[in-house]
Design a protein around this ligand. Structure first.
Ligand code: NAD
Ligand code: USQ
Length: 382
């Protein structure tokens, strides 16, 4: 299958592009490299040293004999996007190419507008490019579990059947996102759903939980293929941050009471889930939603698990409950379904098996690259 991976220079996109290439798909990467630019602007950097995209792709070819096409540009530029898809002729598009940090989107008006215009316009352009040129192309879009928020009832996969005043309907599950970034994903979902309904497009929205780990079969093949691992207060996510904090001797930064429960998955499962969604495409006119995660944890428990695993490496770790920079519930019900991907054959990696080989070992290897000034959160929700 010809698969265009938009955002293929990023954390999830790079690992996925290599995995799909390894599995025999013909892969193209489209990326504006804007994430590298935002890192420079914020003066932050991945803990692991990532090579320029051209070098990464060349190394992959040298190692495996497999080529990956490269398109560098912005999907908000419709002429560029159109030219790229017409050249590549995709059977499927996997769309990772968005601004994905909640704190970044909450810095100020400028960053909120940048996040929503980049994400919503880019996604809408993709919908038009598919409709006008490849109406049969399957769009696999990365959404987020954070679209649902933390409701006091079970979270279904995209839809919920409701009875109201004696009538019954299956409707999109209510959305209560917690940042302007998470809101942008809700806007995307609505636009894709509408496009499937009116134009008959086929799409899968992968509502992904927080991804952890840095190692996949392919990125582990060579140092030049290494993936990014963010640990700073803007782009670093909970578990990845805790492991790096453990490695550098910084107290683990649990925000507030630590009762915030989220859905998580290993990056090795991210790449597999995308593959599973591609292998069994949505039907024409179908807006399919999969909740893409394997386990649920609250952040306080996560910190304690990291502390325990780190002690086996001789690391003394302190867990600290610091003032929560976000506005979010700290004690709440959270129970989400995730059967669709399991039914397609996903065999989850469990956190208890991954902490050392996919995280703490990398964190200790590259800890000399960490900038300790970038660990504490600086962006507040109000
Ligand atoms: P990332 O920042 O590492 O990668 C995103 C990539 O998209 C970058 O390489 C960036 O340059 C590119 N990009 C952004 N805007 C673009 C544009 N307008 N045109 C072309 N390229 C553009 O992010 P990630 O962690 O790999 O996340 C990828 C996707 O997965 C995002 O949509 C994110 O919302 C979603 N997601 C991520 C996580 C996670 O924990 N990392 C969890 C759930 C969902
Ligand atoms: N948290 C801490 N300490 C930290 C960092 C985070 O306690 O040092 C807490 C946060 O307050 C929050 C939870 O951990 O309650 C998750 O925060 P996060 O930064 O790990 O994840 P989030 O902001 O939700 O965003 C990340 C990705 C985003 C993706 C989302 C999936 O950056 O792209 O959409 O995870 S989900 O959370 O399921 O919506």
């Amino acid at each position: 299958m010809k698969v265009l991976v938009i955002g293929g220079d990023g954390y999830c996109g790079w690992a996925t592009a290599l995995h799909l290439s390894n599995r025999g798909h013909q892969v193209g990467i489209l990326d504006s490299l804007v994430r590298r630019h935002w890192d420079n602007e914020l003066q932050i950097s991945t803990l692991t040293p990532i090579a320029p995209i051209q070098q990464r792709i060349q190394r992959w070819k040298d190692l495996t004999g497999k080529s990956i096409d490269l398109f560098i540009g912005d999907i908000c530029n419709y002429d560029f996007l159109l030219k790229s898809v017409l050249q590549f002729q995709p059977d499927a598009i996997v769309h990772f190419g968005e601004q994905r940090s909640a704190p970044f989107s909450m810095i100020d008006r400028e960053h909120a507008v940048l996040t929503q215009s980049n994400n919503v316009i880019g996604n809408l352009n993709i919908l038009y490019a598919i409709k006008e040129n490849f109406p049969d192309c399957h769009l696999v879009k990365l959404g987020t579990m954070g679209e649902y928020g933390t409701p006091n009832i079970d979270i279904e996969e995209g839809y919920i059947t409701i009875e109201h005043n004696g009538r019954k309907d299956t409707l999109p599950y209510p959305k209560q996102p917690g940042s302007f970034y998470h809101l942008s994903k809700v806007h995307d979902s609505h636009n894709i759903h509408f496009a499937c309904k009116v134009w008959g497009l086929r799409a899968t929205d992968l509502n992904q939980g927080v991804v952890y780990g840095v190692l996949t079969e392919e990125t582990g093949m060579d140092e030049l293929l290494i993936n990014r691992l963010d640990y700073d207060g803007v782009y670093g996510t909970a578990l990845n941050r805790f492991c790096i904090q453990a490695a550098v001797g910084h107290p683990l930064t649990v925000y507030g009471s630590g009762g915030q429960t989220r859905a998580f998955l290993d990056i090795r499962d991210t790449v597999r889930c995308v593959e599973l969604a591609l292998e069994k495409p949505a039907n024409a006119g179908e807006f399919r939603v999969f909740n893409q995660f394997t386990e649920m944890f609250n952040v306080g428990d996560l910190a304690n698990q990291v502390k325990k695993a780190a002690s086996t490496l001789g690391l003394q770790v302190e867990v600290q409950n610091i003032e929560n920079p976000r506005i979010e519930k700290e004690e709440h019900y959270f129970n989400a379904k995730n059967t669709n991907l399991l039914d397609l054959g996903l065999q989850p990696h469990l956190l208890s098996d991954s902490l050392l080989d996919s995280l703490l070992n990398f964190a200790t290897k590259y800890k000399h690259r960490a900038d300790l000034n970038e660990i504490m959160p600086r962006v507040k929700w109000k």
